[in-house]
Design a protein around this ligand. Structure first.
Ligand code: IPE
Ligand code: IPE
Ligand code: MG
Length: 252
């Protein structure tokens, strides 16, 4: 546990999700090509992962590439894929050494085959061999879109009904959630978006139902461990009522 007097160790969120936005603007402000912003952003990823582990978070989900991001210029998409490969190759030892387990959510089949190959290697290599709990699950959203995830889940459930394995009246929230990419993970407690935009951009629409939202003007390449701790401190100042009243919560 990080020796950090500003945080209450009993109220650390289990799962934090981050929309890592603002790389392009960060680069533009410095007259650099956009890809340099993405490169600087990968340093933020390393620092935030390190901090998440020290804080004893269970899951950190990072939105790295959306289904809509395929519409960007081919040069930028290629640059992002190369950076992803470099990140995975260079971080494997670090993930293993710190018992961090990599997972990913999204249309992985749409990623270039060389990225898929290294991604699979890192996922398999970092999955705990026994029932041992990893120190952190690092969950990367790659070619991820929430609507496509929901449609995919609906299709899988419909197929189970057609084949007679399941009856429509037996559908429940739990059943639905178990067909999403995030099956088995707790819902995010906190959503952070850097770069100042107040939108979800097709990210975890189902899973974020009751997450606390934290939007910061800081661009992703400037968002390092200290800013992450600030966001969690803000989260700890919130009262999560889940529909109840403040008085009810205090009585509990
Ligand atoms: C986020 O930064 C990274 C990805 C979407 C891949 P952007 O590239 O969207 O940066 P801005 O929003 O243009 O500044
Ligand atoms: C959201 O950022 C996706 C990622 C951070 C990977 P975008 O920059 O793509 O979002 P919009 O297009 O501004 O909503
Ligand atoms: Mg953006």
């Amino acid at each position: 546990m990080l020796d950090n007097p500003v945080l209450d160790p009993k109220r650390i969120p289990r799962h934090v999700a981050i929309i890592m936005d603002g790389n392009g603007r960060w680069a533009k402000e410095r007259n650099l090509p956009r890809i340099m912003g993405h490169k600087a952003g990968s340093e933020s990823v390393k620092d935030v992962v390190k901090t998440a582990r020290k804080l004893n978070l269970e899951v950190l989900t990072l939105y790295a590439f959306s289904t809509e991001n395929w519409k960007r210029p081919a040069f930028e998409v290629q640059g992002l894929m190369t950076l992803l490969k470099t990140y995975l190759k260079s971080e494997l030892q670090n993930l293993l050494g710190n018992s961090i387990s990599l997972r990913c959510i999204g249309e992985i089949e749409n990623l270039p085959s060389d990225v898929r190959k290294i991604l699979t290697e890192v996922i398999q290599g970092t999955t705990p061999k026994t029932d041992e709990k990893p120190s952190l699950i690092l969950n990367l959203a790659l070619s991820y879109g929430s609507r496509s995830e929901i449609v995919r889940a609906a299709r899988a459930m419909a197929e189970k009904c057609v084949s007679g394995q399941f009856e429509p009246q037996d559908f429940s929230e739990k059943f639905f959630a178990s067909h999403l990419y995030t099956s088995g993970l707790p819902d995010p407690d906190l959503l952070i978006r850097t770069g100042g935009e107040a939108r979800l951009s097709n990210f975890l629409l189902w899973q974020l139902s009751y997450a606390e939202l934290y939007i910061t003007e800081t661009m992703w390449p400037d968002f390092r461990g200290a800013r992450f701790i600030e966001a969690i401190r803000d989260y700890q100042s919130r009262e999560r009522r889940f529909g109840q009243t403040s008085e009810q919560l205090q009585a509990e």
